[in-house]
Design a protein around this ligand. Structure first.
Ligand code: AMP
Length: 112
């Protein structure tokens, strides 16, 4: 996707603080972190959201979750929250599937 921010981060065309990378995923810190650990895990290939990723590449979908777990462990967190916003109505602003990993502070439920 020519005009996709996260495709450009994956390609190295836009800088990001990359914390982990695998064959199918890249993990980098959110530019507007909402917790001591706030990392986004994206598939290298472009899918608009988590459901499209799961339908189109189930192995990459699983690898996104495994990558998030590996980053959480590396940063010393047993407890963490994983979020896929899907749709502008719930706050999705970048339409390249990404899993938010949030950890390192108390969190309320339900989310706001
Ligand atoms: P969402 O609102 O679920 O689509 O999440 C998009 C996330 O991308 C937000 O939390 C933003 O802070 C984050 N973000 C936007 N631009 C960048 C960037 N250049 N590098 C890292 N994170 C970004």
């Amino acid at each position: 996707m020519d005009d996709c921010l996260f495709c450009k981060i994956v390609a190295g065309e836009i800088p990001a603080e990359i914390v982990h990378a695998t064959e199918r995923t890249v993990a980098f810190r959110d530019i507007n972190g909402q917790a001591p650990t706030h990392v986004l895990v994206v598939p290298r290939d472009h899918y608009a959201n988590a459901a499209e990723l799961a339908a189109g590449d189930p192995e990459a979908s699983a690898e996104v979750v495994r990558t998030a777990a590996a980053v959480a462990a590396a940063e010393g967190h047993d407890d963490y929250r994983l979020v896929f916003n899907t749709g502008a109505g719930v706050g999705q602003s970048v339409f390249h599937a990404h899993l938010h990993l949030l950890a390192g502070r108390p969190m309320a439920w339900p989310p706001g």
